[in-house]
Design a protein around this ligand. Structure first.
Ligand code: URA
Length: 293
């Protein structure tokens, strides 16, 4: 691995660790040393215990992740959930990322590769066709967060490509944007069987990946599509209808919550509410969507 790639992967792993930390992870077991011989490929990332734990991207000092000896794979260990701790130390980045587009994409690729091997949620790992990481502009101003992949996404490996995705594309178009302008991710990176809702533990297991994506893309705005996204990102128990019409903060990002496109497919009359929410969001960016009707 050349020096640049090595530096990038170290930074990506560090960001991932930091975001797990903010998600309530209190320890990680140590990697077993990887047996190296001339046939074995160079590991994509260095074991985390080689990395400095302290963040260099936020000014807030954070507690260090305690490591325990003996483990097989970082991805095999279910994350211990501590909702209270997670609420208290979920402090996403407050400073603007200085990374260029290429570096952000490289970091996202490293996390995506880790996600593709993730087995933290055994049921999801067994039943998925593939993981669905996220897609779009790694320097997007706006990030969309949905719930979890459905059957189409599980097949194609990309978020929002099914019926709900087609409606989302229309909403994006109505906002005079292209899908490639935005970064799109979900609370979960695996399809829950039968499209059931993600469990709290699954959302918690996947949170570090989402936080890493948010940190890397560093959007100015986040749209939570539906109550699962809103509740999980913001740790709120309010119904989605009550969360609409306000900006919430997630680190540097202003967050808008609105109805999920799947809900709109069942309740087309709510499309006007989503349109109001888009007008509200774009007005904050200085763009008058009404004038573009
Ligand atoms: N619904 C979601 O929330 N996410 C997807 O990726 C697809 C459907």
């Amino acid at each position: 691995m050349n020096q640049d790639a090595n530096r990038r992967s170290q930074r990506a792993v560090r960001q991932l660790l930091e975001s797990w930390q903010r998600s309530g992870v209190t320890y990680l077991k140590q990697f077993e040393p990887v047996a190296q011989n001339s046939d074995s490929p160079t590991p994509l990332v260095e074991p985390p215990h080689h990395l400095p734990v302290q963040a260099d991207i936020t000014s807030t000092p954070e507690p260090s992740i305690q490591q325990q000896p003996q483990t097989s794979e970082m991805t095999e260990e279910p994350i211990r959930e501590s909702d209270q701790a997670r609420k208290e130390i979920s402090v996403p980045r407050t400073t603007k990322s200085k990374l260029n587009k290429g570096d952000r994409q490289a970091e996202l690729d490293i996390i995506a590769s880790q996600v593709s091997k993730c087995t933290r949620c055994p049921e999801l790992a067994e039943t998925r066709t593939q993981t669905v990481f996220g897609v779009g502009n790694p320097r997007a101003k706006i990030m969309f967060i949905g719930e979890a992949p459905g059957a189409d996404e599980d097949k194609q490996g990309e978020p929002f490509v099914g019926r709900a995705g087609k409606l989302l594309d229309k909403i994006i178009e109505a906002c005079q944007m292209k899908r490639s302008d935005i970064y799109i991710a979900n609370i979960l990176r695996c399809r829950p069987p039968g499209n059931r809702n993600p469990t709290d533990l699954e959302a918690s297991n996947c949170r570090g990946y989402l936080d890493a994506q948010i940190e890397i893309v560093d959007p100015d705005y986040i749209v939570c599509w539906g109550s699962v996204a809103a509740k999980n990102l913001l740790h709120s128990d309010l119904p989605i209808g009550k969360m609409r019409g306000d900006f919430y903060e997630y680190g540097r990002a202003k967050v808008v919550c609105t109805y999920h496109p799947s809900y709109l497919l069942r309740n087309p009359s709510a499309k006007k509410n989503v349109w109001e929410d888009m007008i509200y969001l774009f007005a904050d960016m200085g763009i008058d969507l009404k004038a573009q009707d």
